[in-house]
Design a protein. Structure first.
Length: 182
């Protein structure tokens, strides 16, 4: 069985202007040539954003971005003047094949925001699901957002990520973000 577990405590951490980001893959100044991707997944970042803070205007090209709000509300604005608020539990998919320009901020001036953002190479979105119970998963990238899980006899906790190259026994309760890998 090909399984790689990345523990929450081992994630790279970035901080700037009211945002703390926990990276499951290489990101920015945190470069690890052995940790740049898993299949088409090139980023899984958990962001904790203070009221009113966020990511100012920036661009992406050639990727698909899936944002999942855990707590608070995410305000998303794009270069076309469109805005929307993503609520807890929602998945928001952005395809940036030809390029997008956007900004993402905490929609609240008084409550924190916590969301997970997954970046995939290309414009094809594999199955991305939020799972609260499971008996087996894979092949997939799995991010544990909440709860306690078991991968066989191994405990998997909040903030851990698991790269499953084949179907594997996964049990527990909480919330997982599962990106299926073909």
């Amino acid at each position: 069985m090909s399984i790689e577990i990345r523990r929450a405590a081992d994630r790279f951490v970035s901080q700037h202007a009211g945002v703390v980001s926990y990276h499951c893959f290489s990101a920015g100044a945190h470069y690890d040539p052995a940790n740049v991707s898993f299949a088409g997944v090139i980023a899984v970042d958990e962001h904790v954003v203070a009221p009113g803070a966020g990511f100012d205007w920036h661009a992406h090209r050639g990727v698909t971005i899936v944002s999942w709000v855990l707590d608070g509300a995410l305000r998303h604005e794009d270069g076309n003047g469109e805005a929307r608020v993503v609520q807890p539990g929602e998945l928001f998919v952005q395809r940036a094949a030809e390029g997008i320009r956007h900004r993402e901020t905490n929609a609240s001036s008084s409550e924190g925001l916590r969301f997970v953002q997954t970046t995939l190479l290309g414009d094809v979105v594999p199955a991305v699901d939020v799972v609260s119970t499971a008996t087996a998963l894979g092949p997939a990238h799995v991010f544990v957002a909440r709860g306690q899980w078991q991968l066989g006899a191994v405990a998997i906790c909040e903030g851990d990520s698991v790269r499953l190259a084949e179907p594997s026994p996964f049990a527990g309760t909480g919330e997982l973000l599962v990106v299926s890998i073909d």
